[in-house]
Design a protein around this ligand. Structure first.
Ligand code: GDP
Ligand code: MG
Ligand code: ZN
Length: 291
């Protein structure tokens, strides 16, 4: 049985990467009855009906599924931020981190445009997140600094690039994989031109193996689906200390004898990380009152 991976879905066509070929496929009829949907990233078996045409016979079990954008079998997300222009904003990094942790993704943080940055500011920021346990990369897509190292971590994986618009995601991908020629520098996300690539996720193959997914970027983060009591799970350093709080229902807000607040006071947890936690907690509380 031939195997492939869905790199692009458009109308009722699925484009499979199989070896170094792209096979244009339809779905076998029986799939269309259920509420079955095949998405980019799915691994499938197929039979050939022509030189580079085929029919998808079966879908292999999904290892993971990302909702926005819809991509199956994502191995990691590369959260990308600009050091400057727009200026780096740790509170925004924390918001993206919470979304990624909630989605149970492996996370890489990538700080771009370090050619424009104050080294000391960036170093202390890198230190903050390394302390928490995140993998940090500092790059300048424009000059190529740090790109080779980032490339190593993308090898043989499906990596989704996410982060605010203007951070340089598309520029990084163009540097990582020459020939991609993704559009960069777009301020707004126009739908007209290039709608295939902006509206639908597409797996972009890397020469050495693996795929990357570019996303248009979003500045809006929504926490209303989350539970107050679970927010701490999306802050690894808070989750680690939480079991030593006096009350096992402690959400590290106004409770007495809270080990997390103690750790913040002692400098073991960064004050701004805790502040991000409180800010998001407040948003979750407010969204629950809205019902
Ligand atoms: N100085 C500098 N500018 C960059 C760098 N990377 C991207 N840019 C610029 O930042 C702008 C936004 O880049 P783009 O890749 O479109 O960001 P995206 O919205 O995250 O995909 C463009 O004008 C890029 O030329 C970098 O490393 N250094
Ligand atoms: Mg872009
Ligand atoms: Zn506590």
């Amino acid at each position: 049985m031939l195997k492939g991976i869905v790199v692009k879905a458009y109308n009722s066509y699925y484009y499979l990467q199989s070896g170094n070929k792209i096979i244009t496929c339809h779905l076998r009829g029986r799939f269309k009855k259920g509420r079955f949907s095949l998405i980019v990233g799915d691994e499938v078996t197929y039979t050939l009906t022509g030189p580079e045409k085929g029919i998808i016979e079966d879908i292999l079990p999904r290892r993971s599924m990302l909702k926005r954008p819809m991509v199956a079998n994502v191995d990691q997300v590369v959260l990308t931020f600009a050091a400057v222009n727009p200026d780096i904003n740790p509170a925004l990094i924390d918001r993206f981190l919470v979304i990624a942790e909630y989605s149970e993704l492996d996370i890489i943080i990538c700080i771009n445009k370090i050619d424009l940055a104050n080294i000391d500011t960036i170093a202390s920021l890198v230190e903050r997140y390394v302390q928490v346990g995140y993998r940090m990369f500092t790059v300048a897509a424009k000059t190529g600094i740090g790109i080779a190292k980032l490339q190593e971590y993308l090898h043989d994986k499906i990596s989704v690039f996410a982060g605010p618009s203007g951070a340089g995601k598309s520029t990084i991908l163009n540097a990582v994989q020459p020939g991609l020629e993704l559009t960069t520098g777009e301020v707004s996300h126009k739908i007209g031109r290039g709608k295939h690539t902006t509206r639908f996720a597409e797996l972009l193959p890397l020469n050495g193996g693996g795929f990357v997914v570019d996303t248009p970027g979003f500045s809006f983060t929504d926490f209303s689906e989350m539970e107050e009591a679970h927010l701490m799970d999306y802050f690894p350093e808070i989750a680690q200390i939480a079991p030593t709080c006096k009350f096992n229902t402690c959400i590290h807000y106004k409770e007495p004898q809270c080990a997390v607040k103690q750790a913040v006071a002692e400098g073991l947890i960064h004050t701004e990380r805790y502040q991000s936690y409180l800010d998001i907690l407040t948003e979750i509380k407010a969204s629950k009152r809205g019902f």
